[in-house]
Design a protein around this ligand. Sequence first.
Ligand code: AHR
Length: 321
Amino acid sequence: MKFKALLAATVVSTLASTLGAQAADLTIGFSQIGSESGWRAAETSVSKAEAKKRDITFKIADAQQKQENQIKAIRSFIAQGVDAIFLAPVVATGWDQVLKEAKESKIPVVLLDRDIDASGKDLYLTAVTSDSVHEGAVAGEWLAKTVGDKPCAVVELQGTVGASVATNRKKGFDTAIASHSNIKLVRSQTGDFTRAKGKEVMESFIKAEGGGKNICAVYAHNDDMMVGAIQAMKEAGLKPGTDVLTVSIDAVPDIFKAIAAGEANATVELTPNMAGPAFDAVVAYKDKGTVPPKWIQTESKLYTSADDPQKIYESKKGLGY
Ligand code: AHR
């Protein structure tokens, strides 16, 4: 009896330590873009929390928006012999060489929240991203439905030039409004995903469009640029959310605050938890050799004033945004 109990305890503890050790023994490096937006800050803090939950040693390198810093960080992670590398690629091109180096060192790479060019497809294990063309389409369809047949001049604040999400969000939006001849994109410029640049570019749009009287809607590739644009509109005496419709992407707390105040209209959610599914994919790959699907897609849900924005703001504001 004593022996049986001991045997059972040993099996349980061996199993537990084997399973525990597999996640706990992992060291994963993350080449993060920087902290250009509230969403990005949330992704960083959620990633740390997800690593902690799994007892994974997690090293984050902040690239300060520069691809060269990301390449250096990846090389440093390779030299340290990490078990896997997460990469949020600032732009879509220029990764093949460094990803080949990771592959040669047998270190799996997982892309987080942005994609890279097709030439790099064989060089990473999986990508945890939303469908960013779809996000743009959701924004465009919301606008088309909201304006109906009325003529509508739209200005667009694009994300970082060369980032997959900027290219795709533009493409999705353009396609969605293409069949609505009353909706015209009159100005489009990058605001680099930042609040300050969003404000600055919006000020120039307002100036160029007769003080903003001709602008019917603003489409921004992220909420931070929209928050900056809202400020610019208010300072110019316009009423965002009423005179000028707004639609953007991310669903950060501040945009819900603006929607609740009637100063913004719609946002498409991008979850900041890209790392959770990525950790699970790496653990399963390392433990059992399970090859994940090439794309782990996250949801893109539309939120408007009909969704109790104040309540959502309250529930999100402590989450690291
Ligand atoms: O790649 C995701 C995008 O990058 C987010 O929408 C934006 O806020 C961020 O900076």
